[in-house]
Design a binder for this molecule. Structure first.
Ligand SMILES: NC(=O)c1ccc[n+]([C@@H]2O[C@H](COP(=O)([O-])OP(=O)(O)OC[C@H]3O[C@@H](n4cnc5c(N)ncnc54)[C@H](O)[C@@H]3O)[C@@H](O)[C@H]2O)c1
Length: 326
């Protein structure tokens, strides 16, 4: 059994942005070809504290990198008030031959990087009319990763606006991002409605449990709706909707689930990321708003974890426990 700590994982992934983007593109395309096996995620909730949850994501890939495993990710939003990250996660990778667990990885960074890379891939195949300005709503770990990968797919990106319900989170984010990417221009934006009309590329990564963002977006905008519960049904129904997998995303009271309950069908979902990657086309929509709502496929975590395991040997990192199993 190979055990990889968070520091081992980041050591492998830092600087590997372009490889991670390639991997994510391949996994999306393989998913569209039916090469992934992804049962529905299991949501464990606490009735007396509904903001907390732990999600289990089993997955296997029959694609280029055959792999089977499981991600177990906890989301405790109040953690940030204690200055520890909201999300913590582990991934177990099993042998495809014997089923035996072979690797155990701390996976908060894996999960965040695959989310940021997935959003950037989606934005690159469903681009806004302009790609030099990005509005980040929710200044946490996920939008930092969105910013990391959006720069890779949109080299002309220069202006970053930040909005958070808690102003100091926006300021903290600005400091951190400025240290990582000093080339970019940052500003905090208190007027969310105005910024939503102004910015062509918007990433929503909040911890909102129900829709709050009733403002209009301008035609030609791409909205990366990563937190999945920010937008009201009317906005969903008025937009071009792109998902990663309709069966997964129309669950658990996401905005798309609410839209499906409202309409009684899923006809409002127009496309999926994997099919667009497979087609190889880049489809912008200057006359409408594109809303990308990726549920977050467990197979992305598992394939990225396998990549980390493979490259950890080069460094070398991690702890090998030979007598973990009988
Ligand atoms: N779709 C996916 O694949 C995927 C994957 C991972 C995480 N996520 C989601 O991304 C979201 C963000 O995760 P994170 O780790 O960055 O969380 P985080 O707690 O680090 O940051 C969230 C930030 O959003 C802010 N916020 C909360 N409600 C807000 C509102 N209504 N308006 C403006 N700001 C608000 C908080 O103050 C906080 O700063 C979570 O909802 C998580 O479930 C989605």
């Amino acid at each position: 059994m190979l055990v990889l700590r968070e520091s081992d994982v980041t050591k492998v992934l830092d600087g590997a942005e372009s490889a991670v983007l390639d991997l994510v593109r391949v996994v999306y395309a393989e998913h569209a070809k039916g090469l992934s096996i992804i049962p529905h995620s299991v949501f464990l909730r606490f009735p007396d504290d509904p903001a907390k949850r732990v999600i289990g994501l089993p997955a296997a890939s029959r694609g280029d990198r055959p792999v089977v495993g499981f991600k177990w990710i906890a989301s405790f939003p109040a953690n940030i008030d204690r200055e520890i990250p909201r999300a913590s996660a582990v991934v177990v990778l099993n042998s495809l031959d014997t089923g035996r667990p072979e690797a155990f990885l701390s996976a908060a960074t894996i999960s965040a990087r695959r989310t940021g890379a997935g959003a950037a891939v989606a934005a690159s195949v469903f681009p806004p009319t302009q790609t030099d300005r990005l509005l980040l709503v929710g200044c946490g770990a996920i939008n930092l990763e969105v910013l990391r990968f959006c720069q890779e797919v949109f080299p002309d990106l220069t202006e970053i606006a930040l909005h958070d319900r808690e102003q100091h989170r926006g300021e903290l984010f600005k400091e951190k991002a400025r240290q990582l990417w000093p080339r970019l221009r940052y500003r905090t934006e208190p007027d969310l409605a105005g910024a939503c009309r102004e910015y062509p590329l918007i990433s929503l990564a909040t911890t909102a449990g129900s829709p709050y963002l009733t403002t209009d977006f301008s035609p030609g905008t791409t909205v990366l709706h990563l937190s999945l519960r920010d937008l009201p049904v009317e906005t969903i129904l008025a937009s071009r909707n792109v998902v990663d997998d309709a069966d997964h995303v129309c669950r658990e009271q996401t905005s798309l689930h609410l839209a499906e309950q409202h309409c009684g069908h899923r006809g409002f979902i127009h496309d999926d990321i994997g099919s667009a990657v497979l087609r190889g086309d880049v489809s912008s929509a200057p006359d409408t708003v594109t809303v990308v709502s990726p549920f977050g496929l467990g197979v992305l975590d598992i394939v990225l974890a396998a990549y980390v395991r493979e490259h950890a040997g080069d460094i070398p990192r991690g702890v090998q426990i030979d007598d973990f199993l009988f």
